[in-house]
Design a protein. Structure first.
Lengths: 740, 153
């Protein structure tokens, strides 16, 4: 009897013969079927060298990336990488980012992956172009390539010279990358590792065009959208005719429950939208979840897809008494709360749609737009232009769809459509409310012998991409394209369960996710996905265990941590902050630490926070923070500091102040008055320590400090007051109530 | 209705309803990008311009109310090629991520520094207290204002 393995070999032998047959018939198909070597970073999916860079005869280099500038400085960092490998001055590099007509498809700019994926691709593509240019110069000059020197694109051997700008005529980058040219060693870096100033800032501080909001096209109209009165409500009727007669109104678009206007002037569009809203009658919509602490009981009762995302069964404890500890932590729905509401410009002309958008993923957006607009993807161009900071999936994609639907009704005239503040707060997808229940046993020697972490959460990515349409208007139009079933990203990065798996070494552990696919309040990616809440819970709980074990929180962490890079950032943060082991708070002032390696894959970050708690008012002030970061090879040190610092401050705001307000049917967060964020006088001092490891690959930092910060604050409050707060945010009312 | 407004030293006649927020006239009629729409409720500060020496939220200021008054926008402070000390300081300190709030920060700081050329950190924070930044660049913004103060002094 043949074994299964033999059967399989036989099958492959036969199908191999089939491939040969196809090769004869079609080289193209054979190429698709033949195994292709794995290329580094995003080169693997975008394999042509000229898809990444073009060397121009005029002495410039054009670099293409599928990643987008979100204010995180990525285009500067990527330009540094390209200039470094090409041996040219940084100033020669022009960056072209995410544009479905000319850039690589790198999916989303998300997950702190741009330096890791796009940067790696560019490093290898530029190194290969550099090698090709050098070989050509060697042939021209009659000198071995190894004897050539390159300075800013000029290749020389003694007095003989050739420049890239001449050589490029004979170099064909229209070929597949091999990734065989070795990138420079970090020791020889001149541009990478320098705090080069961001290329986008001068325009942003001078009023030069910098944002999609600044686009002006000939004949452009202004659009506004009228969203339903509540989630799930449908349009019954409205007075379109009256609105059409208003000054400047060019179009009233009513398609099912999608309502919008276009007008000659922006203020006319706003007035028309307001009139349309006033006249519109809607059905009641769906029931929203309970508010306050009842929300979390409710989440734990919802239909869930349960899975054990990680488990480890090791040796039982050596014996002796063990203490069992349990705690439950919660996090409410929270907003991205971009300062500038989402905006897009769209034009439909000659059967083609062009949309200028601050979407984080122009290719996935195009795919879903095509479904809603009933157009082919080939007839749509989506071009990224910067918007206000998004911190994840805000209204960017939705507004691009709104603008496109309106642009279909304006006879070819382009439409700029910006959401109003209340549209953004009311309709952006929120960061999911979450419940984390932790349980652990600690033995008499103060070792954790087992650990269990359960997370209840709605989805953290309902972005465009995948099945259906993840665009608001797509669900409202008469012939709707419903949302695809949300999928939770798999471990090790995870999504709802991101960073729920501890990096600490425990002999036994079990991490369980209760995934709640139904979401009356739409949820999606908010900076760090589930990691902010999971790290809050995990790192608070570690402190609770340390207290139970009568151990210092830093020492207790190190006791359970093997990863030397994790240990180093914890020690660096504690060292810089002047951590004193075992120091107790004085009732009002205290100090805490939090640690995470974001996604258990990206940058290692530890944060120490000093807080002052006003026991009378319940006000918590985060006075000072220290962040220590290991991001491997650092491309732009100040860029990393800016991201870590910004993350610490934003996380402080989330943690002290932020939650979405809603009632039985409607979201009540409509303006900044309903959604206070941290202001200048409340912002902590931030000190960031970089542990540069040029020999290690670069690790993403954009989301690295969010989780450690909330944990450090929670632990500092507990250290200060002796009272453990487990429900975010730590508002005055809640703190006051807890301290009574 | 035509309204005559003076922006950055130049007088313009604009055809807009009297209650049109100045913000839209600046952005759409005069094609000035600096002032930004953030909230429409005078809460966030992104739309700040200077009128007769005072920081004003242009999103809630009707154009008819500013006819004949001297309006300064960030474009009037300096340009990419010839930046004002505050603009230069924001670049030096890399005091932005998305930068959408930068206009309001700079315009508010401009008037503040005119009156308080040697401010303390606490005074700067107080002066910018009603301007929102979401990226968390507050400390860089404070350093930029301090740097500009030194340069001007």
């Amino acid at each position: 009897m043949k074994s299964a393995a033999l059967d399989r070999r036989e099958f492959f032998r036969q199908s191999g013969a089939l491939v040969v047959g196809f090769t004869l018939a079609s080289a193209g198909l054979a190429q698709q079927l033949a195994p292709r070597p794995q290329l580094p970073g995003s080169l693997n999916n975008n394999r042509m060298l000229d898809g990444w860079l073009r060397i121009n005869a005029d002495g410039t280099v054009t670099v293409f990336t599928g990643k987008v500038e979100l204010g995180q400085g990525i285009l500067t960092a990527l330009a540094q990488i390209a200039a470094e490998e090409l041996d040219i001055a940084y100033e020669r590099v022009e960056m072209i980012s995410a544009d479905t007509s000319r850039s690589p498809d790198e999916g989303m700019t998300a997950g702190s992956q741009s330096v890791e994926n796009s940067g790696t691709a560019l490093r290898f593509a530029a190194a290969e172009a550099h090698e090709m240019l050098l070989q050509l110069a060697a042939a021209r000059l009659g000198v071995p390539a190894g004897k050539l020197a390159v300075s800013d694109g000029t290749v020389s051997a003694g007095a003989m010279q050739a420049t890239y700008w001449e050589l490029v005529k004979s170099v064909d980058l229209k070929r597949e990358a091999t990734a065989r040219a070795r990138p420079k060693s970090p020791a020889s870096h001149r541009i990478v590792g320098k705090s080069i100033k961001r290329r986008d800032i001068p325009n942003k501080v001078s009023g030069a065009a910098a944002y999609v909001q600044d686009i002006r096209l000939p004949g452009m109209l202004f659009g506004r959208v009228v969203r339903p009165s509540a989630p799930g409500s449908r349009l019954e009727n409205c007075d379109e005719a009256a609105v059409r007669a208003m000054p400047g109104v060019v179009a009233v678009v009513r398609d099912g429950s999608f309502l919008a206007v276009a007008a000659e002037r922006e203020e006319q569009a706003i007035k028309a939208a307001n009139a349309l809203r006033t006249s519109a009658k809607w059905t009641a919509g769906i029931a929203l979840p309970p508010q306050g602490s009842a929300l979390f009981e409710h989440l734990q009762k919802l239909p869930a897809r349960d899975s054990v995302v990680n488990s480890k069964v090791g040796a039982p404890s050596a014996g002796g008494p063990v203490t069992t500890i349990e705690a439950k932590y919660t996090r409410p729905y929270q907003c991205h709360a971009s300062i500038g509401p989402s905006c897009a410009v769209a034009q439909v002309k000659d059967g083609k749609l062009t949309v200028w958008t601050h979407s984080q993923g122009v290719y996935p957006l195009r795919q879903h737009l095509a479904r809603v607009m009933r157009m082919s993807e080939a007839s749509i161009i989506a071009v990224h232009v910067e918007g206000s900071g998004c911190y994840g999936h805000n209204g960017a994609d939705d507004v691009a769809c709104d603008a496109s639907l309106v642009a279909r009704a304006t006879g070819g005239r382009p439409v700029k459509l910006q959401w109003m503040r209340e549209d953004e707060f009311g309709w952006e997808p929120y960061g999911s409310a979450m419940v984390m229940k932790l349980q652990a046993r600690v033995d008499a020697s103060g070792q954790v012998v087992d650990w269990q972490h359960e997370t209840w959460s709605h989805p953290h990515s309902t972005r465009p991409g995948g099945a259906g349409s993840n665009l608001l208007a797509g669900w409202d139009i008469a012939n709707p394209v419903p949302m695809g079933a949300p999928i939770n990203g798999a471990q090790p990065a995870g999504a709802a369960d991101r960073n729920a798996v501890p990096l600490y070494v425990f002999p036994n552990q079990r991490i369980i996710l209760h995934y709640l696919p139904e979401m009356p309040l739409r949820t999606s990616a908010l900076r760090t996905l589930g990691a902010y809440a999971n790290v809050f819970a995990l790192e608070s709980f570690i402190d609770e265990l340390a207290v139970a074990a009568n151990a210092d929180p830093v020492e207790f962490r190190l006791r359970h941590m093997k990863d030397p890079r994790a240990r180093a950032v914890i020690e660096a943060a504690a060292g810089k902050a002047g951590w004193q082991a075992g120091r107790k708070g004085d009732g009002a002032r205290g100090r805490g630490i939090g640690f995470a390696q974001y996604k258990n894959l990206a940058a290692y970050v530890a944060v120490v926070a000093d807080v002052e708690v006003d026991r009378r008012t319940g006000n918590v002030r985060v006075v000072k923070t220290v962040g220590a970061v290991d991001a491997g090879l650092i491309i732009n040190p100040d860029g990393v500091v800016n991201q870590i610092e910004g993350g610490i401050i934003q996380s402080t705001s989330w943690s002290l102040k932020e939650s979405v307000r809603y009632d039985e049917r409607r979201v009540q967060t409509r303006s900044w008055a309903d959604y206070p964020i941290l202001t200048f006088s409340e912002v902590p001092a931030v000190d960031v320590v970089l542990l540069n490891r040029p020999e290690e690959r670069s690790l993403g930092t954009g989301e690295g400090s969010q989780g450690p910060t909330v944990a450090a604050i929670a632990n500092a409050i507990a250290n200060a007051t002796g009272t453990r707060l487990r429900d975010l945010p730590f508002t005055r009312d809640k703190v006051k109530a807890a301290l009574v | 209705m035509a309204t005559s407004i003076t922006v950055n030293g130049r007088t313009h006649s604009v055809e807009a309803a009297a209650d049109t927020p100045l913000l839209y006239v600046l952005r759409n009629d005069l094609e000035l990008n600096g002032a930004k729409y953030g909230c429409g409720f005078a809460q966030c500060g992104a739309c700040t311009v200077v009128i007769e020496g005072k920081p004003v939220r242009s999103c809630v200021t009707p154009v008819s109310a500013v006819a004949g008054k001297a309006i300064t926008t960030i474009e009037g402070l300096g340009s990419n090629g010839a930046p004002h000390p505050l603009q230069k300081a924001f670049i030096e300190e890399q005091a932005a991520q998305c930068g959408y709030c930068a206009n309001g920060m700079i315009m508010t700081a401009k008037i503040f520094l005119d009156k308080n050329p040697r401010p303390t950190e606490a005074q700067i924070k107080k002066a910018l207290g009603a301007n929102y930044c979401r990226c968390g660049t507050h400390n860089r913004i404070v350093r930029a204002v301090q740097r500009a103060a030194k340069e001007v002094a």
